[in-house]
Structure formats: structure tokens, C-alpha cells
Design a protein around this ligand. Structure first.
Ligand SMILES: O=C(CO)[C@@H](O)[C@H](O)[C@H](O)[C@H](O)COP(=O)(O)O
Ligand SMILES: O=C[C@H](O)COP(=O)(O)O
Length: 959
């Protein structure tokens, strides 16, 4: 319609102004802004305002390519999560629309010229969060002719009142009933009263009450159609039902308009009107015709009345322009409208129930539209990121796949991803979980404080040293160990070494490897009270004092610990070079991206900015706004949790050689987080691969795309071909490993929620720490560990176990007691669905590992069960939790040995050897108390010889 035409002959849309009704456009899209279409509609006086809602933005952004270039530009600038991207696109449209409408707003003295933006539909039941979100959007858009849309839910009503009282324009949406309208009108009046009481000028505030029309007819007509099908229906009822078809929505609107007129007569309103307040106009929404048998302009033609607005979708707008016949229809037939509503109970239709349902459904529909919108934005973001985001795929057996899809759907509809990010403890056991979710924000936090890490890196680089030795256990050592293996020695930086064993030979091997005068030490302990790092610190501090002098020894030490810990005191008293703090809200195994992982990384020369930037991309992919189905951490967690629920609780980890150590990190994360309350996931790391597996397995292959192992690729392909469940994650390069830290932390938390356990405590790790402490305390007093008697010995190997296990083993000996016989009896206790674990309290080196791997393979081949290998005491801070607190499906063979050399610890009566022995015994004691099937083999003399004998005996026991 050209301006010339408009001047000569107003069209139907333009004529509505004669009835004092405004037309707003229920549509927004960038192309209509960019092409000038919207400007033209405004200039032609066909529309006087614009409304948006989540479904409109979903159609615009997900259903067109209009926004792709803008989205790419935003992503190119820096990666952002889906909701942040969406908001920037939407806000730009809203601002542009507001600017187009601003002259009209001014010209009409703030009556028209508004554009509406809705608060997140996820907040429909949350008053406080809706209020904050509404205020944030109001400030961000920063246009006087903006209306913030708030739904008329019970939680929304107080928000409306508060916003009005603060001078923010409100469009109340999702109104279906007269009762809800009256509550909204009351909120508006009260809000204005509060605003004027503070001296505000009410003429600057506008509000509309969006009353939904066509959805009422759709719902009521469906009920009418059902009732008309009743076989025993009489003629009179049939006629009445037929007369109600397509009539109720308009009747409902006519009645609510009468309420409006009456309210305007009231003394409270009159008082406000005298101060210049603008009435809260009724706005007819959902006015596109849905039933093709009805006139396509029905919900425009029949609702024309003064001081109202009709927000019209594009096709209805075009139809009304073309053949609309305006008349003052809204006040016609009010009595008939009353009769229509009054006759509904006669035919068994409860209008209140219908409107209640429509409100709930309306919220849900907007949420679904928002889900789809965010999903589309996420997909576009992923395309833009390309290889910068590690890819995850999975293939599952049909029953598991079905369960996973159902749980994903449940997570979506019940908003569990948002609840996780909101730190809602009821996702797990409803105890103190909310205090343990600091890791959700750690990457962002670290990126904001990069300068500290970067200056540390420069400081270390400038030191004249060859090595950095990290002293710590579990969550404080495993990430640095992964970084060491993954990045090797970085040019121009010292080499990182990690000590996490009390085995004297291992401690000695570490000392032999380095020059004490040219080594920097990092003592890492979150609690600052863990036995191992404390004694490592005492031992090495003493050595460094001797090597470079007591005054300067502290300058070779860095501490990472939580504020207020005992280690902080030590670091301060000994004048450590640096002291870095952890966050009390991040448990050790979730601390990789915090200082516990990033301080050692910076020291060894890893570009932490690059590493954390890449990690943040995964954080964005797992964000609260990313629907469960598109959220890689959530998907992985649900797969793992559901697999475990179905008995597939042996998660077999396969990682490319270049990143192989991530398996040890994952073992701790998964086992310590989920292995409790007799349930959990048992990680199986570095087990030699085969093809024939029981249905208690699920496989995770973490492939380094930059350096894959072709043999592993083939083995994994064979596993997939054999129908085993396989998750595959492709890590583009080493700098993207941080993405895996976050993905798996998220997945573990989610799996914990699926399993209904507390994913952040480790109650059974504490149990063996206590048992060890009792033994070392007793040793300090007596100089002895309690004596013990082997149940059997042969060929330099002694066997020990507790009375219950002795009874079972001796009862099942088939011949005279022998080493092979006992091992046979013990291994015969392994049944399908069980796992076998070697717990070796010996030096962790390649020779030992090789022997132990052969033993594992022998058991795996003969028993067709999952097998694990842990070196003590490091596994105590890791898989040890699941072995004691997880399902009672483990059969354990603990291996201890006679230390050839021992090392005293300054300030203590005990040595490293005694500590290790006490740890093994404490561990055994707790396993036995938990009724685990456990046998200990003590290698009396040479460890290598002893291992050889044991290997042969196991092979003999499993002919
Ligand atoms: O609420 C407003 C304006 O205030 C509208 O944008 C409103 O959301 C829309 O008219 C409806 O969602 C459209 O509903 P329907 O035609 O899909 O039933
Ligand atoms: O994983 C945690 C280990 O038990 C070590 O704890 P820590 O960091 O408090 O010393």
C-alpha cells in the first residue's frame, strides 16, 4: 500500500483508528527491519506497535537464515553461549524496532509506538528471577517505548505490580480468564499508586493486558466436538453445542472488556487518571484464525472497540487490509455473550478449567519454542566453531538408547540443566551439593584473572631450574600429570614431574632424577592436611634446605591450597615463593581448571590463556540455556548414568597415546563421584582391548585427532560393529583437552543425579585415611605396626586376609593348601558382572606395570570380566572410593612388598615405607569391613621376582 493510496482512501486497517483501536504487529524479523517493510507499515499508519514472543523469535532465528551472518560475526568476535547469542540478536531487533516506532510514540504522547520483549519463559513460575530479568532487559534495551512482557501466572502478578511501581512499561501476556484479568488490573493500579506515591509521573508508564482469543475457541470447540460424538446426545443439547462453536472466545473477550470499562469508572482509577495515568488497555492476542471454516479476520472484526489494541500476525493483517469490515463490534451483543458463557456448564464445559489449562499450556509452548530457538542457535554456533569444539558421538544398543532419549526428554521438560546451573541440591540428594558446584564458573573466573597465571609463568621461566616437582595426591596431582604427559617439556621451561606415592623406591627414584639445587616444588593440597603431601613437603624442604641453605629454601616452593588450611600456615611460615588458593566450593576432582590444574600448567609453560579459552567453549556448549539433547556434558552424563542403571557400569576408557593419562584423571572423577551407596560407575582404564565383552560394559574412546593410534581406531570400530555401546570423543589437539575436563565434570555431576547419589563427597576415602592415621599414630608411639600372621606362604609370597575371607577361601580349597590353590579359590569368586582389581602398593614403573597388565589380561581372558589396576597409595584417592563404597562386585588382590630401601621422614618416627604399609593395611581393613572379596599377597623379597612368581601362580590358578 503506497502512501499516495493511503491519503486517498483509508484501508480497513487504517480505518480502525476511527474506532480508537490500535493495531500492533505480532511479528518481528530482521529482513522486515532491513528491507524497510516495517517502516512502511508504520508510515502507512497500518500498525502502531509491535509485539514479540519466544515463538516469534524462534520462527525468525531458527526458521530463517536472516540472522546467520550476524551470528557468525558475534561468534567470530568471541565464543558465547546460546542464550547470550540469542539475546544479542533479539535485543538488536527490539532496539531497531523501538527506534522505528519512537516518532509515533512521541506523536501519540506515549499511547502507541511500543515494542514488546518477553522475559524468559523458563522463569514463568519464578517471581524474583523474573523481576531481575525484566529489569535487566529494560536496562539493556534502554528504550522508553519498550514494554517488558510478563506472563499472568500467579508468580507473574507481583512482578507486574513491582515493575509498574518502578516505572517500567509492562505487557501482561498469557491472559485467558476474567479472574486473571482482574488480578492483573489490580496489580497495575497498585503499582501505579506506589509509583505516584513516590512522586512519579504516571503518564510516562504504559501497560497492556494481552488477552488470548483463538486458543479459547480451539480448546472449547474440541470439547464440543467430543460431546457431539456422544451416542445418546439429545437434539436440544446438539443444537446448543453447535451454537457455541466459535463463539466462546469472543464472548469471553466482550465480557472482559466490560470489566475494563467498569474498572475505569472506579474511584481508584479515577484518582490515578486525574494524575495523568494511562489506562491499561486490553490487547487482543492470538487473533489469527485457526479453524479454516471460520472467517480469516474473525478475531479482528468482532473485537473492535475503543481503547483496545489488536496485535495481528502477518497473514491476518494482510487479510484484514484486503477484506476486513470494521464496525464497533466489541460492545455489541454483550448479553448474548453472557448467555454463551452461562450455557457452558449446561453442556458440561468448565471454562475455568479450560483457561487454567491454556495458561499452563501457554507457558509450556513458549518454553518449547525457546528450547527450539536455543537449540537452533546452538547448532549454528557449533557450525561456526567447527573443529574448535571437540565432537562427541555415540552408538548404543536400542534399549539403552530408548532410556537415554526418555531421560533427556525428562531433563528438558523439567528444566534440570537450568536447575544444575542454579546449583539446586535436590537434583542429587538434597544435602550440601549446592556448596560444591564452584567448578561451573571456574574457567570464566580464571580467564578474568589470567595475568596472575601469566606472570607466574614468566617468573618460573626466568628461574635457573630444570625441574618442577609437584607433590600431591588425587585431585591435586592427576590433572598436572595429564598436562605433563600431554604437553611434555615445553621449550624454554623446566620439566614437570609429579610425585604421588609414598613408596620409598618411587620417592628415591624421583630424587635421583633431579638436581635439588635446580628444582622448584609445588606442594598441592586442597585440604592442606593430607598425609602424603605433608610428608613430601617435610622431606623435600629438608633436602632443599641442605642443598641451598635454610634462608632461601622457601623461595623454591609454591603452595596451592584452600584458604585457611594448615598448608597455608606452613607456606607462610617457610616463606614460600608463591601461595595460590583454591576455591572451597570446588572439590579436588573437579578442580582441573582451577588453580590446582592451571598453576602447574602455567609453571610448565602451557599457554593457559589458549587452554582456558578453548575450555570455555565447552562450558558454553554445556550452558544452562543449551537444551539437554544438544548439551554434550548432559548427554554424556545421561548415557553413563542410564548405562550404569542398566548394569553397564564398567566404563572402559580408551585414549590416544598422546593423551593417555586422561584415563587416570577420569578414573578418579568418575569413581570417587559416583561409587557410593552401593552403586556407581567402575572405570576400567588401560585394559588391553578385545572384542568379546559381557553386557556390563560401556566404552569411551577419547581420540586425539592430531595423533590417533590406528590400532585403537580399528579396535573401536570392531567394538561398534559388535554392537557394544561406544561413546567417541574427538579431541582436535592438545590445547582442547581442557574441554574434556569440563565436559566430563558436567557429565559426572549429571550421572550422579541420574544415579541419585551425592556426586561431590567421598565418604569411603575418608574411612581408609582414618584407618591409616590410627596405624601411623600407633607406630609413632610403639615403633611397630601391629603384627600379623600370613594364612599361607610359598615361594617368597605370603597371603593375608581377614577371618571371613579366610573361612570362605579355605572352605573352597580343592586340595592341599597351595599358592595356586588359594589364588584359584579367590579368583573363582569372580562371577559375571563382577570386576577384578589389582591393588599394587609397589613402585609405579614400566617393569611392574607390564607384569601386572599380564595378570589382568589373564583374569580378563579367563573370566570375561572387567579388570582394573591401581597403584597404592595413589588409587586410594581415586578409585578406592568406588571399591569400598560402590557396588559389591569387586574381587580384589592387594599386593604389598618388602621395601629394599626405606626413607625416614624428618620430624616423624615413621618412614615412607611405614606409611605405605599402614596405608595398605588401612585400605585392606576397610575393604574387609565392607565385606569385599579381598586377598593380600605380600612379596617378601625382591619385588620383580615376586611379581613374576605371582604372575605365574595366577596363570596356574586359571588353567
Ligand atoms: O502476547 C502477545 C502480545 O502481547 C502476543 O505476541 C502473543 O504471544 C501472540 O499473539 C500469541 O502467542 C499467538 O498465539 P497463537 O496465535 O499461536 O495462538
Ligand atoms: O583428591 C583428593 C586427594 O584426596 C587429595 O586431597 P587434598 O587435595 O586435600 O590433599
Amino acid at each position: 500500500m503506497s502512501v499516495a493510496q493511503t491519503l486517498t482512501q483509508p484501508n480497513a486497517l487504517q480505518k480502525l483508528k476511527d474506532y480508537h483501536q490500535s493495531v500492533w504487529f505480532d511479528y518481528i524479523r530482521r529482513c522486515s527491519l532491513e528491507s524497510g517493510e516495517l517502516q512502511e507499515l508504520v508510515a502507512d499508519a497500518e500498525i502502531q506497535g509491535v509485539t514479540s514472543n519466544p515463538a516469534i523469535f524462534q520462527k525468525a532465528i531458527a526458521g530463517s537464515t536472516d540472522y546467520d551472518a550476524a551470528l557468525s560475526a558475534l561468534e567470530r568476535d568471541h565464543d558465547q553461549d546460546a542464550i547470550t547469542l540469542y539475546e544479542q540478536l533479539a535485543i538488536a531487533d527490539i532496539q531497531a524496532t523501538a527506534d522505528i516506532l519512537k516518532p509515533l510514540y512521541d506523536r501519540t504522547n506515549r499511547l502507541d509506538g511500543y515494542v514488546s520483549l518477553e522475559v524468559s519463559p523458563y522463569l514463568a513460575e519464578e517471581s524474583e528471577q523474573s523481576l531481575q530479568e525484566a529489569k535487566r532487559l529494560w536496562q539493556t534495551v534502554n528504550r522508553p517505548n519498550l514494554m517488558i512482557k510478563v506472563p499472568a501466572t500467579p508468580a507473574g502478578i507481583p512482578v507486574i505490580q513491582q515493575l509498574i511501581s518502578e516505572g517500567i512499561n509492562v505487557n501482561v501476556t498469557l491472559l485467558f480468564s476474567q479472574t486473571a484479568y482482574l488480578a492483573v488490573a489490580e496489580a497495575y493500579i497498585s503499582g501505579l499508586e506506589a509509583y505516584t506515591a513516590q512522586g512519579g509521573d504516571p503518564s510516562h508508564i504504559a501497560s497492556v493486558a494481552s488477552f488470548f482469543i483463538s486458543r479459547i475457541d480451539t480448546a472449547i470447540d474440541a470439547q464440543i466436538a467430543e460431546r457431539l460424538k456422544a451416542p445418546d446426545i439429545d437434539r436440544q443439547t446438539t443444537v446448543l453445542l453447535q451454537s457455541l462453536q466459535g463463539k466462546v472466545a469472543i464472548a469471553n473477550a466482550k465480557r472482559v472488556y466490560q470489566d475494563y470499562l467498569q474498572l475505569c469508572q472506579g474511584s481508584r482509577w479515577q484518582a490515578l487518571a486525574q494524575k495523568g495515568a494511562q489506562p491499561q488497555r486490553l490487547l487482543w492476542a492470538s487473533t489469527g484464525t485457526k479453524n479454516p471454516q471460520y472467517r480469516d479476520v474473525l478475531y479482528v472484526e468482532e473485537l473492535i472497540g475503543a481503547e483496545t489494541v489488536n496485535t495481528i500476525p502477518p497473514s491476518t493483517l494482510a487479510a484484514f487490509r484486503d477484506h476486513g469490515q470494521p464496525r464497533a463490534s466489541l460492545t455489541e451483543g454483550v448479553k448474548e455473550a453472557d448467555l454463551v458463557i452461562a450455557s457452558l456448564p449446561e453442556v458440561g464445559i468448565n471454562l475455568d478449567a479450560v483457561t487454567d489449562h491454556l495458561l499452563a499450556q501457554g507457558v509450556q509452548l513458549f518454553q518449547q519454542a525457546f528450547d527450539q530457538l536455543l537449540s537452533a542457535v546452538e547448532h549454528k554456533r557449533e557450525v561456526q566453531l567447527g573443529d574448535a569444539l571437540n565432537r562427541q558421538t555415540y552408538s548404543l544398543p536400542p534399549d539403552l538408547e530408548a532410556k537415554v532419549q526418555a531421560t533427556l526428554q525428562d531433563w528438558q521438560t523439567t528444566g534440570k540443566v537450568r536447575r544444575l546451573w542454579a546449583m539446586d541440591a535436590s537434583l542429587w540428594t538434597g544435602t550440601d551439593e549446592s556448596q560444591w558446584l564452584g567448578w561451573l564458573g571456574t574457567t570464566e573466573d580464571q580467564l578474568a584473572h589470567l595475568t596472575t597465571l601469566e606472570s607466574l609463568s614468566r617468573d618460573v621461566q626466568a628461574l635457573d631450574i630444570n625441574h618442577i616437582l609437584l607433590l600431591g595426591m588425587g585431585g591435586s596431582s592427576l590433572c598436572p600429570e595429564v598436562m605433563k604427559l600431554t604437553f611434555g617439556q615445553v621449550d624454554g621451561y623446566p620439566e614437570l614431574l609429579v610425585l604421588d606415592s609414598t613408596d620409598p623406591a618411587q620417592v628415591q627414584a624421583m630424587v635421583d632424577q633431579m638436581d635439588l639445587k635446580r628444582t622448584l616444588f609445588i606442594v598441592s593440597s586442597k585440604s592442606g592436611s593430607t598425609l602424603e603431601p605433608n610428608i613430601f613437603q617435610q622431606y623435600f624442604f629438608d633436602l632443599v634446605q641442605q642443598a641451598i641453605g635454610p634462608e632461601v629454601a622457601g623461595s623454591r616452593f609454591i603452595a596451592i591450597t584452600d584458604p585457611g588450611s594448615q598448608l597455608q600456615q606452613v607456606a607462610e611460615a617457610c616463606h614460600f615463593r608463591h601461595l595460590f588458593f583454591g576455591l572451597p566450593s570446588i572439590g579436588g576432582r573437579y578442580s582441573a581448571l582451577s588453580n590446582f590444574g592451571m598453576v602447574p600448567a602455567a609453571c610448565m609453560g602451557v599457554d593457559v590463556a589458549q587452554f582456558l579459552d578453548a575450555a570455555e567453549e565447552m562450558v558454553h556448549s554445556c550452558a544452562a540455556s543449551v537444551p539437554a539433547i544438544d548439551n554434550p556434558g548432559v548427554v554424556l552424563g545421561i548415557v553413563l548414568g542410564e548405562a550404569a542403571q542398566q548394569g553397564r557400569d564398567k566404563l572402559t576408557l580408551i585414549a590416544s597415546p598422546g593423551i593417555a593419562d586422561i584415563g587416570a584423571w577420569l578414573e578418579q572423577l568418575l569413581a570417587e563421584s559416583t561409587g557410593k551407596d552401593s552403586t556407581g560407575i567402575i572405570p576400567v582404564n588401560q585394559e588391553p582391548l578385545g572384542v568379546n565383552y559381557d553386557c556390563d560394559r560401556i566404552f569411551a574412546y577419547i581420540r586425539l585427532d592430531a595423533a590417533p593410534d590406528p590400532a585403537q581406531d580399528q579396535q573401536v570400530a570392531a567394538l561398534k560393529a559388535a554392537g557394544h555401546p561406544v561413546i567417541q570423543i574427538c579431541v582436535t589437539d592438545a590445547y582442547q583437552l581442557g574441554q574434556e575436563f569440563f565436559r566430563w565434570e558436567m557429565a559426572t555431576a549429571v550421572a550422579g543425579a541420574v544415579l541419585n547419589i551425592h556426586a561431590f563427597n567421598q565418604p569411603d576415602v575418608e574411612a581408609s585415611k582414618i584407618a591409616t592415621r590410627q596405624l601411623t599414630d600407633a607406630y609413632e608411639q610403639t615403633g611397630l605396626l601391629p603384627t600379623e600372621t600370613p594364612i599361607f606362604q610359598e615361594a617368597g609370597l605370603q597371603l593375608f586376609t581377614d577371618p571371613d575371607n579366610v573361612a570362605v577361601l579355605t572352605a573352597s580349597l580343592s586340595a592341599e593348601p597351595s599358592l595356586c590353590g588359594f589364588l584359584h579359590a579367590h579368583l573363582s569368586r569372580i562371577h559375571p558382572g563382577d570386576y577384578f582389581a589389582l591393588l599394587a602398593y609397589i613402585q609405579m614403573n614400566e617393569v611392574h606395570r607390564e607384569q601386572l597388565q599380564i595378570m589382568r589380561k589373564t583374569v580378563c581372558d579367563h573370566k570375561q570380566v572387567a579388570t582394573c589396576l591401581g597403584f597404592g597409595p595413589r588409587f586410594l584417592h581415586s578409585t578406592g572410593q568406588a571399591y569400598k563404597g560402590g557396588p559389591n562386585t569387586g574381587v580384589f588382590l592387594q599386593i604389598t612388598g618388602q621395601d629394599e630401601v626405606d626413607i625416614p621422614i624428618p620430624g616423624h618416627g615413621y618412614s615412607f615405607g611405614v606409611v605405605k604399609a599402614a596405608q595398605a593395611r588401612g585400605d585392606f581393613q576397610v575393604l574387609a569391613e565392607r565385606k569385599r572379596r579381598v586377598l593380600r599377597v605380600h612379596l617378601v623379597s625382591d619385588i620383580e621376582l615376586g611379581l613374576n612368581t605371582l604372575r605365574v601362580a595366577i596363570q596356574g590358578a586359571l588353567p
